[in-house]
Design a protein around this ligand. Structure first.
Ligand code: AMP
Length: 185
């Protein structure tokens, strides 16, 4: 199976859950920028302090911050990696491309996990995260549609995009993802 992966999709689509499963099964490094940022916030680091209020509003933290978090971890890995929640805009996709060119580790597949808005909102409201209030959720969905979703076409044009519907149960979606990642793209 492809071992350098990027997961795309709206907040609440199940990216984190599915990414964790695939990484466990394939021994890939799971890099979730959202999780890594939440760790920085809990640790009250300078970076965490800078990111906290932005995250609580559901907006995007700066490209420099997320790139610095990803860069040091990508440089040290053996079995491959899965990026979850990064890139979130075209500028980040460009920065990532430059970094991966330098490391000689091209992305082998981009998986789009897609799902209807009403299911997303229901799922997110049931998670109880601090940035999961209805107003912030709507803001995060708008940012996804306006700023992140152009990445779908970007990777489609590169010929590495695979799409899976995320509305089924965890096991079904996991099987569909594996089937998609085994096929040649
Ligand atoms: P997530 O767990 O992926 O939903 O991310 C939670 C929050 O972290 C987002 O709403 C953003 O504020 C921030 N975040 C995570 N990844 C990124 C990224 N690649 N670029 C900018 N902000 C991010």
């Amino acid at each position: 199976m492809k071992n350098r992966l990027l997961f795309l999709g709206p907040p609440g689509a199940g990216k984190g859950t599915q990414a964790s499963l695939i990484c466990k099964e394939q021994s890939l490094l799971h890099l979730s920028t959202g999780d890594l940022l939440r760790e920085e916030v809990s640790a009250h680091s300078d970076l965490g302090k800078e990111a906290e209020s932005i995250m609580n509003r559901g907006e995007l933290v700066s490209d420099e911050i997320v790139l610095s978090i990803v860069e040091k971890r990508l440089s040290y890995n053996k079995k491959g990696w899965l990026l979850d929640g990064f890139p979130r805009n075209l500028a980040q996709a460009g920065l990532l491309q430059d970094l991966l060119d330098k490391l000689d580790q091209p992305i082998l597949a981009v998986l789009l996990l897609d799902i209807d808005d009403d299911i997303l909102i229901k799922r997110m409201l049931s998670r109880g995260r601090k940035d999961d209030t209805e107003l912030v959720i709507r803001n995060r969905l708008k940012i996804y549609r306006d700023i992140t979703s152009p990445l779908v076409n970007h990777y489609k044009k590169l010929g590495i995009l695979k799409s899976v519907n995320g509305s089924g149960n965890v096991e079904d979606v996991n099987s569909q993802i594996k089937a998609a990642l085994i096929e040649t793209v």
